[in-house]
Design a protein around this ligand. Structure first.
Ligand SMILES: [Zn+2]
Length: 157
């Protein structure tokens, strides 16, 4: 392959990369703000969890005992993250779910403790919500351990 062909292949894959990523992003529009602007719309506790990867005290969220039918949305941008049918009582003191609305969250590895954990955040506002563990119930065996104070419950109907 000569230099010109290589360049062509490179440009083609670059264009494909840009297109495939722009299609992924066009599904959910990002809402990005700086810290000062988030502080205007979030309480200090919500800001600490969402923007500083903080964790609320266990058993401190009223959503631990919420079992009505409805959706759990991100408090910052109202993106639907969980449905009540995905919720279960893990006994940990944080609202726990075994599944989520596809595309609503993104995960990354967090090394804040001495072992790596999988952290997840809202796709739209990029706010931190919680961590994923492998001790959940069927059918996913995942536990999405969410800070209840950064979720808003929207009852069905
Ligand atoms: Zn959000």
């Amino acid at each position: 392959m000569n230099r010109r062909d290589l360049l062509k292949v490179f440009l083609k894959s670059l264009i494909f990369f840009i297109l495939s990523h722009s299609i992924a992003f066009s599904k959910l529009k990002k809402i990005l703000k700086n810290d000062e602007d988030w502080k205007k719309v979030l309480t200090p506790e919500q800001f600490n969890i969402l923007r500083r990867e903080g964790t609320e005290r266990p058993f401190s969220s009223i959503l631990n005992n919420e079992y009505r039918e409805g959706d759990y949305v991100c408090i910052a941008c109202e993106t639907k993250i969980f449905h009540s049918s995905m919720k279960y009582d893990s006994g940990t003191g944080w609202p726990s779910f075994f599944d989520y609305y596809k595309g609503s969250i993104e995960t990354k590895i967090d090394y804040k403790l001495f072992y790596p954990r999988v952290e997840y955040s809202c796709t739209v506002c990029e706010g931190h919500h919680g961590h994923v563990f492998d001790d959940g119930p069927k059918p996913t065996f995942k536990r999405y351990c969410n800070n209840g104070k950064v979720l808003k419950f929207v009852p069905a109907g």
